[in-house]
Design a protein around this ligand. Sequence first.
Ligand SMILES: Nc1nc2ncc(COP(=O)(O)OP(=O)(O)O)nc2c(=O)[nH]1
Length: 276
Amino acid sequence: MGGFEPQRVFAGGSPAIMGILNVTPDSFSDGGLFLEHQAAVARGLEMLAEGAVIVDVGGESTRPGAAPVPADEEAARVVPVLAALAQKAPQAVLSVDTSKPDVAEKALAAGAQLVNDVTAGGDPRMLEVVAEAGAGIVLMHMRGTPQTMQQDTRYTHVVAEVAEFLAARADAALAAGVPKERIFLDPGIGFGKDLEGNLALLRALAHLAALGFALVLGVSRKSFIGQLTGAAVGERLPGSLAALLPALGCPQVVVRVHDVAATKQFLQVARAVRAA
Ligand SMILES: Nc1nc2ncc(COP(=O)(O)OP(=O)(O)O)nc2c(=O)[nH]1
């Protein structure tokens, strides 16, 4: 149950890779590919073999306009996959991508050690669930909900506003009893931001790292890459890799990606050729 060990995430250095495993019919880039549990477990094991340190299992798409999934359906999607991965890959760090405390509770009992909450503890019970389980939590910035977040993407100063939100949510997690080393902050690229807002957050990633918490960064295949290049969602791997460049300067960052092997190779070479 829980027992998140942060040192396992960065034992191989930073950035560390979080492989995305969407057990959903409608995720924006890979919906339906891994809805069947056997295929999902195989994909999770494949990503671990390719170099992922964390496998992030999600049962509800958060793409703009996505319909919410009932808790029992979401749990039915992710819990069996997490249980199988915990049994087959006991060395893996498993996370559950959910904003529902009930789903998180079941996922942690099944072997997840980290909760990836795109609402940053929007449901107050989530922080209690995470603290009680000794789990880690990813607190992500999103304006509104997947249904509303792209309707208002105006900020006075997007970096300052996102940093302020994340710092406040980290304080709430600390107050709930989650230790600092088990808290990850995430700017939420694509969640209620326009192109300029996403780029400003990427350029200022070191500023967010200066808040003193480990970070998670999710840029993989996202629409801002399409806006910059015209590339369709299945053609965005080069742009997804280029968007990781700001992460290279951060001491403790997890990059959340679909393409694990390519990202692993990119990071190995980028680290080798980059001045210290
Ligand atoms: N912490 C964090 N979690 C996230 N979960 C989902 C997505 C959206 O990507 P994906 O999971 O591929 O799509 P969908 O939400 O449609 O399943 N992005 C993030 C992110 O940037 N950060």
